[in-house]
Every structure is written in C-alpha cells, then in structure tokens.
Design a binder for this molecule. Structure first.
Ligand code: NAD
Length: 506
C-alpha cells in the first residue's frame, strides 16, 4: 500500500512544508488548498496558499536572482538543469507515484510524466550550448548585422491539474537555461506534487548557488491573477482551460506583457477505409480513455469513413468495455478516476446533452457506484457534426463521439470546424490522403499525426495548438525563443557613416 507520508519522506519534502519557496521555505497564511485523493475522496493534505504580501516576497527574490543569473554563461546555467534532471531520475518512482496519488492518473503515466521532465531537462542542457542567433548581410559597406538572444526576466508559470508537474518542467527547464528565473503557481488541486518538485529544485539550487531561479507561490485564481497583472513578469506561461486562459491573456495584454498559452483541445482522429484497424483501435482507445480522458490531447471526436466504420466501432466497444478501472496505483489498472466531483458532474451532463442531441450511447455512460470519482469510458454514436454541439466543446472526461463521413475532404472540414486547434491524426495507407491532411488545406491544428493517435507528444517537437488553444509552443524545436528577447545589432567597422536606404543627411 503506497503511503503519502512515505512518498514525501522519500522525496525529502519537509514535514509541514508551507506553500511558498525561493530555495528557502517561506510561511504562507493565505487561502487553504485541499489535496484530495481522487481514488477515494479522502483528504491527503491541507495547505495555505500565498497572501499578496507572501507572493510579493517570492517575486522579489526571483527578480533579484535574475540580475545575477542572466549574466551566468548559459552552459553554466545548464549545469543546474542537468542536476535537476539527475535528481528527477533518482526520485522518478516516488514522484511518479505521488502524481498518481494526488491527480489520479495510473502509475505508468505518473512515471511517464516524470520521464518527460527528465527528457526536457536533457533537451535544455543541450540547448544551453546552442542559444544561437543569426548573422545578417548589411546593405552598408563595412557593416555587419547580428541577431542575438538575451534573457527576458522572471517568468510566471501557471499550470493545470492534469499534468501537475511536467508542464512546469517544459517551461522551467528551458527558461532557466535561457537565463530567466521562474515563479510557479501550480494547480490548487495538486499542491503536494509541487512541494515535492520544489524540494528537488532546492537541492539543485543549493549545490549551484542559485536560490531564486526556481520558486513556488501556491494558491488559487487570485495568485494566478496577480501574476497576469504583474509587470515584473515579462512573460506569463499559462496552461489551463480556454475560459481562464482568455482572461489571463487579456490581463497580460492590458499591460503589454507576453503570454504563452496552452489551452483546451478538442482533438479528432480521421480513419479512412484503407486504414490499419489494429493500429486504429489501439490509438483511439489510448487516446480517448487513457488518463480517464483528462489530457489536453485526448481524442474526443472520431471520423470514420463509412466502409470501415462497422468493424472499428465493434472493436472499440469491446476495447472500451474491457479496460480495467480502479486504483491508479494498482499495476493492473488502465483507467483511474476523474479528478473530482465537478468533473463527474460535467461527464454526466455531457452524456445527457449528447442524448438530447440525438446521440446513441454505444457503451459506457455511467458513473460508478463506488468511492472516488470513477466513470465508464463512453462511446457515443453522434449524428452529423453540425447538429451535435456537445462535440464542439471539450468535456474533460473519457467520452468519444463517433461520426460517419463520406470522404477525406468532409472529414477535414468537420475536424477543423471547432474553435480549438490542438492535436489531430489520420489513419490511412494512402500517401496522397496523408499528404492532403498535412497540407495547408488539411488539419489546422498545432499537431498533425499520420498513423498514430492524438496524445503522447515527444518533447523534441514544439508542443501547442492554434485558435482557441492559444497559439503557444513549448518544449522542443525553437520554443526556447519565447523565453528570450531578441536583439538586432548593427556594427560599423569602417570610417564612414553611410545611412540605411541610401539617405543623405549632413
Ligand atoms: P483551469 O483553467 O481551471 O486552471 C488552470 C490554472 O489556472 C490553475 O492553476 C488555476 O488555479 C489557475 N486559475 C484559475 N482561475 C484563474 C484566474 N482567473 N487567473 C489566473 N489563474 C487562474 O484548468 P484545469 O482544470 O486545471 O486544467 C484542465 C484544462 O487545462 C483543460 O482545458 C486542458 O485542456 C487544459 N490543458 C491544456 C494543456 C495544453 O498544453 N494545451 C495542457 C494541460 C491542460
């Protein structure tokens, strides 16, 4: 039996750790956050979040450290992140299990979340030697132009409950090597996970004289709102719902700050008649019921071409009905609980809405009569996409809406019709069809996959989505540029002062 106190002790989290930290734990007296085990509804911990004054103390420390940190050579900054990655590797089991305990995802996914943090630390360490700019040809004789990248400042990071620690790492590991300091406001549903990560950060920072590079300010909407309004953060990275993201983005824009938004998705898979059904069934099942449907990249809509539809539906009904549900820490479990009672209520009301819009429940559809917040993976045969408004929303639960389509063009049009634009996939053996799906007239999402599902992105690529998903990109590729400021420099190595555009003056 996995025990919270043991996990926290393994991770070195001090007993009664308060809700703020800059390397040194700071007492907090703000609003109480209650951590609840979704597997049984029991209270795991109660913790005070930050008051405004406590939050300000954390931000001031991050601001002061930034003045020194920005001048440390980037590869030296990488050493801090390398150490953090080592500590994460060493504590992967305990931390992954804590994620399962507090958030409810199964143990394998909890461990996978920590692995993602390790991977992004490695990516960031490599990047710390590659934050390169350009040399640009100048039109003026004996002049040269360069583009260089400088640290930006303290970064505010607001995260969601469903990836309680990995999303922080995607931001913080990159921001730190870029020369920024970070203040993290985690989800109030998962405070223990944030205390555990901060404890590991403290060890790494202590060894590298870097207190204040990674700081924590726990709390709810109020703390997130202070960050959005706070000019000490040139960048606020926000991961969460579209509704909250819209207010955060508006508040940051009001002060002409920069925001990085990773918001809700409404992801679809298109299956053409020539698809490999075995691959389809595995990808769709993991994509829609994995993490109990609580991933931003969860598959929520399935577009099946008519000929292949009956066999895919029949096999999905079997697959959905056979996944083992239960304690997320039991190695036999494939689907754990939803995070809380409000999520269960939203699941039930989406199913009612689907039925009232003409949908037919093919399997699942019920809330389990047992402690905790368990719901059945649900497959719903929908009517036409336009006449089925519930499928245009993101319900954060394991519900998959199935639509029949005549051809690829109709499927792409329906897939792109919704306001969200995160992840998408097509299953086909046709090069022509997959190229069409990947073309400018194809999927309008930030992620587009061929013959694999919508969820489970690798950190080497830039992660994020278009439209209401917010347009942000995190993790790999050149996402690091978001955490830096670009400077264009022109240098005159000659004895004349020619003006640009041939302008003559004095
Ligand atoms: P949420 O929007 O309720 O909360 C997210 C964070 O915002 C929390 O830390 C919360 O305390 C904070 N917050 C709430 N109100 C705020 C306000 N007014 N100002 C500032 N901060 C505020 O989201 P959630 O329920 O924790 O997470 C689920 C959502 O997150 C889903 O929509 C999911 O798709 C999305 N998500 C997106 C990605 C992505 O990368 N695109 C990743 C994970 C989750």
């Amino acid at each position: 039996m996995i025990n919270k106190n043991e996990l926290l002790a393994n991770l070195g989290v001090p007993a009664e750790a308060p809700g703020a930290c800059t390397g040194k734990w700071l007492p907090t007296t703000g609003e109480i956050q209650t951590s609840i085990n979704p597997n049984n509804g029991h209270v795991l911990a109660k913790l005070h979040g930050c008051t405004r004054a406590e939050y300000d103390a954390v931000v001031e420390k991050a601001k002061a450290r930034f003045l020194e940190w920005r001048m440390r050579p980037a590869p030296k900054r990488g050493e801090l992140v390398r150490r953090l990655g080592e500590l994460l590797r060493h504590h992967k089991e305990s931390l992954g299990e804590l994620v399962s305990l507090e958030m409810g995802k199964i143990r394998a996914e909890g461990l996978g979340e920590v692995q993602e943090m390790i991977d992004v630390c490695e990516l960031a360490v490599g990047l710390s030697r590659q934050l390169h700019g350009l040399t640009i040809a100048s039109e003026r004789p004996n002049h040269r132009m360069i583009e260089q990248w400088h640290p930006l400042g303290p970064v505010g990071i607001v995260t969601a409950f469903n990836f309680p620690i990995a999303v922080w790492a995607w931001n913080a590991a990159l921001a730190a090597v870029c020369g920024d300091t970070c203040v993290w406001k985690p989800s109030p549903r998962t405070p223990l996970c944030s205390l555990a990560v901060q404890t590991l950060c403290n060890r790494a920072m202590d060894e590298h004289d870097a207190a204040g590079v990674f700081s924590l300010a726990t709390g709810g909407a109020d703390v997130g709102g202070w960050m959005a309004d706070d000019p000490r953060f040139p960048l606020v990275s926000f991961t969460g719902s579209i509704e909250v993201g819209r207010t955060v983005a508006t508040r940051v824009a009001q002060r002409l700050g920069r925001s990085l938004l990773e918001l809700g998705g409404n992801n679809a898979i298109i299956v053409l008649d020539d698809a490999d059904v075995d691959l389809v069934v595995r990808a769709v099942t993991f994509g829609s019921v994995g993490t109990a449907g609580q991933r931003c990249t969860t598959t929520r809509r399935l577009f099946l071409q008519r000929k292949i539809a009956p066999q895919v539906i029949e096999r999905l009904i079997r697959a959905f009905g056979s996944v083992s549900m239960g304690d997320p820490l039991d190695p036999r479990t494939l689907v754990g609980p939803l995070v809380g009672p409000a999520s269960v209520a939203r699941y039930a009301s989406a199913i009612e809405a689907a039925k009232s819009q003409g949908g037919k429940v093919l399997c699942g559809g019920k809330v389990l009569d047992r402690p905790g917040y368990f719901v059945e993976p649900t497959l719903i045969q929908a009517t036409t996409h336009d006449a089925f408004p519930i499928a245009w929303e993101e319900t954060f639960a394991p519900i998959l809406y199935v639509f029949l389509v005549d051809d690829l063009e109709g499927a792409i049009a329906a897939q792109n019709a919704v306001p969200q634009g995160l992840s998408s996939a097509i299953f086909t053996d046709s090069v022509r069809a997959s190229e069409r799906f990947l073309s400018a007239a194809g999927s309008d999402c930030g992620i587009a996959n061929v013959n694999l599902g919508t969820s489970g992105a690798e950190i080497g690529g830039a992660f994020g989505g278009e439209k209401d998903t917010g347009g942000g990109r995190e993790s790999g590729s050149d996402s690091w540029k978001t955490y830096m400021r670009r400077q264009t420099c022109t240098i005159n190595g000659g004895k004349d002062l020619p003006l640009a555009q041939g302008v003559e003056f004095v």
